[in-house]
Design a protein around this ligand. Sequence first.
Ligand code: UT7
Length: 329
Amino acid sequence: MGKTRAAITGVQGWVPEDRLTNFDLEKMVDTNDEWITSRTGIKERRILRTPGWATSDMCAEAVKGLLEKTGTKPGEIDLIIVATVTADMIFPDTANTVCDKVGAKNAFGFDVNAACSGFLFALTTGAQFIQNETYKKVIVVGADMMSSIIDYTDRNTCVIFGDGAGAVLLEARKDGTGIQDFVLRGDGTGRHVLHMKAGGSLHPATAETVANREHYAYQDGKRVFMHAVRGMVSTVEEVIRRNKMTAEDVDWLVPHQANMRIITSVAEHLHFPLEKVMLNIEKYGNTTAGTLPLCLWEYENKLKKGDNVVLTAFGGGFTWGSLYLKWAY
Ligand code: UT7
């Protein structure tokens, strides 16, 4: 018997029906389809408009689909981790709400807040419980309802972000498949470049913070862009090198979907042809913690057992990293 590894044994995504196209945005801010397409690669994003629904509902839809497709009963789930920056409420955590909504009565849950790297951080956290054989079934969700924190009068941010959720089931495998290695990094000096200023303990909500529009996502796009390319390239290189591989040995690169120009630049630096790069930015935009599992969900049919897959992300914090896994099914 080989070493116990945490493997993704199922993946499911969920995105809202409503589309916000570049042409819709042309009517809302001073922008145009040509600029958005050429500068970001995005054509449309999904927006959650169901009354009373929030991030936990998107998570619950993805998890219910995942349970059904993997033949898993809700009571079998030990743990649900939700990566998000758009929790339903500051507290309690969204994951507990998700456990309730999917009927996971024997599970506990907690949230991970690492912005666009959230899914990677949550996946590696969940994997520890499987690898050390504490639990048998862990679900990791990456989900964000970015429309709840986007200023639709700010063209610097409103053209980029969208809503969506993706969930994976983690189980033990001893056949060599599963998570092989990861590199996670952080640099808190980047917190001023990409953040939501108010609403936390530093700047609690006041009439003034609302009037100053401080409850929306802010980013210095150019600086984030530069760090994102560097961070993803360096950690992919590290994880590939220390597993004695080259780019040729990697079947799929799964990059965070923030900007098509960032993805192209990362792929070029790493010598990955775009055919080996998972992409869905054109139709979903940047769903923050949702991008990586949504990519896996959409490319699931193309993945084969044993494929070498490298996930990479960069986001607010700054946080970034890369993870290498062998696809398990
Ligand atoms: O998910 C992780 C976090 N986020 C990211 O990784 C995002 C990283 N950054 C980016 O994707 C890009 O920096 C943006 C898409 C946000 C912006 O693209 P850019 O090529 O860096 O544009 P810029 O901010 O340098 O702006 C260039 C020009 C400016 O006009 P001037 O000053 O040259 O006259 C902007 O005002 O484009 C203008 N501009 C726009 N024009 C039309 C900025 N946003 C828009 C817009 N439509 N939506």
